[in-house]
Design a protein around this ligand. Structure first.
Ligand code: AMP
Length: 586
C-alpha cells in the first residue's frame, strides 16, 4: 500500500481559535474563509503575542486584529477589571477611524462591545461625553488621542491591546512624537500590534522600540512562477464604491461578454450584486457556499448551456469549477491576495480561446493592484469607465451593425410595402432614419445617463492628471515589464511611500503654495496641517509637499491642480481648534 500524498488542510475561521459567537457573526456577514493575513495573524494574536504585519488595505487586516481583540474582551469567564478602554486602535486619518470603528462595531455587536471613534474635526464635547460614559475600544487618530490624554479624558491604564494601524502612514504624517507619547501612557504589559503596508526603517524602528518579541507576518509574496502567468489582457478600473455597480453596467454594455464570472468577496455581496444585475436586465446567477448541491448544479447547468451570461461567485464556490467557455473574469472586488487573483483569472483564456480579466478597485485598494502586478510581473492596464457619450456612440455602432446585417440578409419584401406607401408623403431618407430610430430604441434601451466620476484624483500614488507629472515620487520598484505611462496619468505600479516631512525629493508636478494664518505660536505642527488637508480635503498625505511653519503662519505645498479645493476645504475647517485664514500664496 502506498501513502496518498497529503495536501495541507485549508484553515477555516473555525480553526483559528476564535470565539464561537464571532464565527456566527462572520457567517452572517457572508465571509466564507479567512484571508491570508487573517489565517496567519489571528492564531498569533489570540495567544496574546505581539505582532508586526505587513499588509495593505483590502487584505482583510482590520478583521485580522479586530476579531482577536473582540474575543479577548468577551471571552467566557474573562474578567476585565477597571474602566475602559481595554483596547486602543491608532489610525492615520479620520476616514480610517470611522471605517475601523464601524468594522469593530459590526463584528462586535453580538458580543455587546462598545466602540468609539475619536478624531480631529469632530466636536470634542461629544467625544468627552462618550469617553466619560465608558467604552471598550477607542479608535483614534494620534493628534486627537494626545489632546484627550492632556485633558485627562482618555486614560489608558486599562488598555490590554494597542494596534498601530497603517503605521507607515502615521509616521509619514508626522505623528511619531504623538505615538511615543500615547504608548508611554499604556501599561508595559500590553499586547502591541503593528500593521503597515511597508516595513521601511522608520517603521521597523518603531516596532523595535515598542513591541516585545513580535511575530512578523508578511503576506506579500514573491513573484509567481512563469508557468502560472496569466495569458490574457488585464485591465483595471478605479471607481469609488458608490459607483461600482454603475461602472460594471457600463463596462458590460460597452463590451458585452459572452459569458463571464464576476467574483465578489462575500456571500452577501454575491447575492446583492446578482439581484442588482438582474434588475438591470442582465442574466446573472449567484454561486456561493450557501447553496445546496442541487442549487449549485442547476446554476452551473444554466451557465454551461448559456442560459445565464454572468455567474456571480465567491472564490470558495468557484474553486474546482471546470468551465471552458469563460470569456471574461471580472473582479468586482480586488482579490485579497495575488494568488487568489491568479487563480481567478486563470479561468478565462483557456484552451487557446480569447479571454479578458477586468478588475474594479476602490482608490484605497490601488496598492493591492500594485502588489498583484509585482507578483505576476505583468501590468494591469488602467482604464477609465466609459462615459455616457462613449456608451451612446457604441450603441449607435451596434444599431448600425444590426441594420447592415439585416440588409445583408435581405428578405424584407413584406416591409417594402410600408416604405412604398410612406414614400408618397415623405422623403425616403427620412423614412429610413425613422425606422433606424425605432430599431435603435428597441436595441439600446434607455441606458443610464449619469456620468461616473473619475477616481484618480487626490489618491495615493496618482499625480494630478494633465500637465507635469511623469510619476509620483517614491522608492517602490515598478512591476517587472510593467507599469503604464500616460493616459490617466498614473500607474498602479509606480509611486510609493514618500517618507517623512522635509525628506521629500524633487516634486514631479507643479506645486502651489498655500498660506495658512496660524503657526508655531498657535501650537500648529506639521501633523496638524497634514491631518487637516488629508481629512478635510480628502487629499492623500503623499501628495503634500514641503511644509514651513513660522511663528504666525504656515506654508504648505500641494499639487497645483488641487490647490483651490484644498483652500476651500481648509477655509471651512478648524486648525488646532480655530478658524484661520487660508489662501493661495501668489
Ligand atoms: P480591510 O483590508 O480590513 O480594509 O478589508 C477589506 C474588505 O474585505 C472589507 O470590506 C472586509 O469586509 C472584507 N473582508 C475582510 N475579511 C474577509 C473575509 N475573510 N472574507 C470576505 N471578505 C472579507
Amino acid at each position: 500500500m502506498t501513502d496518498l500524498p497529503q495536501t495541507p488542510p485549508v484553515l477555516g475561521f473555525a480553526d483559528l481559535g476564535l470565539d464561537p459567537r464571532l464565527l456566527a457573526v462572520l457567517a452572517d456577514l457572508g465571509y466564507e474563509e479567512p484571508t491570508p493575513i487573517q489565517r496567519e495573524a489571528i492564531p498569533v494574536l489570540v495567544t496574546g503575542r505581539d505582532l508586526v504585519g505587513q499588509a495593505a488595505t483590502g487584505t482583510g487586516k482590520t478583521a485580522a486584529f479586530a476579531l482577536p481583540i473582540l474575543g479577548a474582551l468577551r471571552a467566557d469567564g474573562a474578567n476585565i477589571e477597571g474602566p475602559g478602554p481595554h483596547a486602543l486602535v491608532l489610525v492615520p486619518t479620520r476616514e480610517l477611524a470611522v471605517q475601523v470603528a464601524e468594522a469593530l462595531h459590526r463584528y462586535g455587536k453580538a458580543l455587546g462591545v462598545s466602540v468609539l471613534p475619536v478624531y480631529g474635526g469632530q466636536a470634542i464635547s461629544q467625544q468627552l461625553r462618550a469617553l466619560h460614559r465608558g467604552v471598550d475600544i477607542v479608535v483614534a487618530t494620534p493628534g486627537r488621542a494626545v489632546d484627550h490624554l492632556k485633558r485627562g479624558s482618555l486614560v489608558l491604564e486599562g488598555v490590554r491591546t494597542v494596534v498601530l494601524d497603517e503605521a507607515d502612514e502615521m509616521l509619514d504624517m508626522g505623528f511619531a512624537e504623538d505615538l511615543e507619547a500615547i504608548l508611554s501612557t499604556t501599561p508595559a504589559t500590553r499586547q502591541t500590534v503593528l500593521f503597515s503596508a511597508t516595513l521601511a526603517p522608520r517603521v521597523a524602528a518603531l516596532a523595535k522600540r515598542h513591541l516585545r518579541e513580535p511575530v512578523t507576518i508578511d503576506v506579500q509574496r514573491e513573484a509567481a512562477v512563469a508557468g502560472e502567468m496569466p495569458r490574457v489582457p488585464q485591465v483595471g478600473y478605479l471607481v469609488q464604491r458608490a459607483h461600482k455597480l454603475n461602472a460594471l453596467g457600463r463596462i458590460l454594455d460597452m463590451e458585452p461578454p459572452g459569458s463571464a464570472i464576476v467574483f465578489c468577496r462575500t456571500r452577501t455581496e454575491v447575492d446583492t450584486l446578482t439581484e442588482a444585475l438582474n434588475a438591470r436586465g442582465y442574466r446573472a446567477e449567484a454561486l456561493h457556499g450557501g447553496l445546496s448541491q442541487e442549487q449549485r448544479d442547476r446554476v452551473m447547468r444554466r451557465f454551461r448551456d448559456e442560459t445565464t451570461d454572468l455567474l456571480v461567485a465567491t472564490d470558495v464556490a468557484a474553486r474546482g469549477l471546470d468551465i471552458e467557455h469563460v470569456s471574461h473574469v471580472i473582479n468586482y472586488d480586488v482579490p485579497v491576495s495575488p494568488e487568489v487573483y491568479l487563480h481567478r483569472i486563470g479561468r478565462t483564456g483557456r484552451a487557446g480561446r480569447a479571454g479578458m480579466a477586468i478588475t474594479l478597485a476602490e482608490p484605497r485598494e490601488r496598492r493591492l493592484l500594485r502588489n498583484i502586478e509585482h507578483f505576476t510581473g505583468q501590468r494591469i492596464e488602467p482604464a477609465t469607465v466609459p462615459t455616457v457619450a462613449d456608451l451612446r456612440a457604441r450603441q449607435m455602432q451596434q444599431t448600425r451593425a444590426a441594420v447592415e446585417e439585416a440588409l445583408e440578409e435581405g428578405d424584407f419584401d413584406a416591409f417594402r410595402v410600408i416604405v412604398d406607401a410612406l414614400s408618397d408623403g415623405y422623403d425616403v431618407m427620412d423614412i429610413a432614419a425613422a425606422a433606424v430610430k425605432l430599431a435603435h430604441a428597441a436595441q439600446a434601451g434607455a441606458g443610464d445617463a449619469e456620468e461616473i466620476p473619475a477616481a484618480m484624483m487626490r489618491e495615493p500614488y496618482a499625480p494630478p492628471s494633465g500637465r507635469g507629472p511623469g510619476r509620483p515620487r517614491g522608492d517602490d520598484r515598478p512591476a517587472r515589464g510593467g507599469g503604464f505611462g500616460g493616459g490617466t496619468g498614473g500607474s498602479f505600479s509606480s509611486g510609493g511611500s514618500a517618507g517623512g516631512r522635509g525628506r521629500r525629493g524633487t516634486t514631479p508636478w507643479q506645486v502651489a503654495r498655500i498660506f495658512i494664518g496660524a503657526g508655531r505660536t498657535a501650537g500648529v505642527r506639521p501633523a496638524d496641517l497634514v491631518g487637516a488637508i488629508a481629512n478635510e480635503a480628502g487629499v492623500s498625505p503623499r501628495l503634500i509637499g514641503a511644509i514651513e511653519i513660522a511663528d504666525r503662519f504656515a506654508i504648505v505645498e500641494v499639487p497645483d491642480e488641487i490647490a483651490a479645493s484644498v483652500v476651500t476645504a481648509l477655509s471651512a475647517a478648524t486648525i488646532r481648534g480655530r478658524r484661520v485664514e487660508v489662501r493661495l500664496e501668489g
